[in-house]
Design a protein around this ligand. Structure first.
Ligand SMILES: Cc1cc2nc3c(=O)[nH]c(=O)nc-3n(C[C@H](O)[C@H](O)[C@H](O)COP(=O)(O)OP(=O)(O)OC[C@H]3O[C@@H](n4cnc5c(N)ncnc54)[C@H](O)[C@@H]3O)c2cc1C
Length: 397
């Protein structure tokens, strides 16, 4: 793949930079903000990453040990290819395991036009994929029991990103390039006409409120974005989502035993990952949950959603103990009306990346590259396949 790894890479097609960006603030130390800050630091910009909570924390969307990576399901492969390369580069640089290949089953009914379209995209790109009928799924994975009318597209490139390690590795790399992570809650961001932005924040360490003027700001505040930028709140819906782990007494549904990622969100709103992060426990998730305020999320009731997951486990994964989850954790989604993110310029020096709708982790290296390019007014450096127009806020108006 021949795409620029850093926004410093000269591009003969690039236009002249409109303004010189020397300083930047990124608000939000989750995976999107961390990658954005790293790209800006790689481009030589003095970058401050503001995070309201002491790191690491479990109150946003980027915590936990695992996220699914899949090729099948995207219209353009460029962002995924770029992202996968950057995850691998980070693995090489840190010497840490960040990705475990497992393969992925993406479920649908026979002739499903969505899966057909996406299998065609993979094939056109020379990537392997295969349609498996229900009986073939049962032959390869006897620990599953799915209805005859269902099948699945087999995406052998799928696997697990070790989320916490990934996030920490990006934050550390950012700091190694001189980037600064500040424990502070950003209260407001105001454009300063003709120059940049003024960020007001309150230190999480000593409560001191301070102001700083910077050339540009990128807001990656996950489920809090609508609070910081109320103009976006009508397009963003934070959800609390249950993350459940089910005991696998025979340990047949493990990475070591060849159990793949199950992506069954379109038929049942469920997806699952083999036992890996907690030995002997299979992770099963509901793709959704109750609407909530990220500062009061623990008041939302997850009981009906856990019961839906329990029924799924009992019906389709009979080797698991389906009486109750062995572990329950929670996480936040930030949904948009079309489940596509917002990656756009809100004001000349104010960029926003939010609304990843439960699927932003795998692409985050490319998303950070896009946000940094917007901040540097160098969108012209982005590969055409990134289709940046698709993520503009104006699509909702
Ligand atoms: C259960 C679950 C499973 C998922 N599975 C997958 C998957 O399999 N594959 C995949 O690709 N994606 C997956 N996702 C989606 C992916 O994890 C998210 O899209 C991604 O983590 C979003 O990152 P973020 O940086 O936008 O948000 P966050 O991680 O929430 O980061 C936002 C940060 O901003 C900080 N912040 C907010 N406001 C302020 C402020 N005013 N001042 C300072 N700091 C502030 C917050 O504290 C937080 O740390 C999943 C998500 C969940 C919840």
């Amino acid at each position: 793949m021949d795409q620029s790894k850093s926004l410093m890479t000269p591009n003969k097609n690039s236009k002249r930079t409109k303004s010189v960006i020397r300083t930047a603030g990124v608000i939000g130390g989750g995976i999107i903000g961390a990658w954005t800050a790293l790209h800006l630091a790689e481009a030589g910009v003095k970058t401050t990453l503001f995070e309201q909570f002491p790191l690491p924390h479990t109150r946003g969307s980027s915590h936990g040990q695992s996220r699914a990576f899949r090729l099948l399901g995207d219209n353009e492969l460029d962002r995924l290819d770029y992202s996968f390369d950057r995850w691998r580069d980070l693995e090489d640089a840190t010497g840490e395991l960040l990705f475990v290949k497992t393969g992925l089953l993406n479920f649908g009914t026979a002739g499903d036009p969505y899966l057909k379209k996406h299998m065609d995209i993979l094939r056109a790109g020379g990537r392997p994929c295969e349609w498996l009928e229900s009986h073939e799924i049962a032959r390869r994975f006897p620990m599953m029991r799915y209805p005859e009318a269902w099948g699945a597209a087999w995406d052998p490139s799928g696997g697990i990103l070790l989320a916490h390690r990934c996030l920490t590795a990006v934050q550390r790399k950012f700091e190694s390039l001189g980037g600064s992570i500040v424990a502070a809650d950003v209260r407001s961001i105001r454009s300063i006409p003709g120059s940049g932005v003024r960020i007001e924040s309150r230190s999480s360490v000593n409560g001191v409120v301070g102001k700083i003027d910077l050339d540009t700001a990128v807001v990656c505040a996950g489920p809090w974005t609508g609070k910081l930028l109320p103009v976006l709140s009508e397009h963003l819906q934070p959800l609390l989502t249950p993350v459940t782990y089910w005991r696998d007494p025979e340990e047949t549904c493990s990475v070591a035993n060849g159990f793949p990622i199950l992506f069954n969100a379109r038929l049942t709103d469920m997806y699952g990952l083999p036992s890996f992060e907690y030995p002997g426990l299979v992770k099963v998730l509901y793709h959704g949950g109750p609407t909530t305020d990220p500062d009061h999320r623990d008041h939302a009731s997850l009981a009906p959603y856990i019961e839906l997951i329990r029924r799924y486990v009992a019906e389709y994964l009979p080797s698991l103990d389906s009486r109750q989850p062995a572990i329950l954790e929670t996480c936040m989604y930030t949904m948009t009306p079309d489940s596509e993110p917002i990656i756009d310029r809100l004001e000349p020096n104010l960029i926003v990346g939010c609304g990843f709708s439960g699927s932003g982790f795998k692409h985050s290296p490319a998303t950070g590259q896009m946000l940094a390019a917007f901040a540097l007014e160098r969108e012209d450096l982005l590969p055409l396949g990134y289709a940046t127009k698709r993520y503009q806020i104006s699509r909702f108006s």
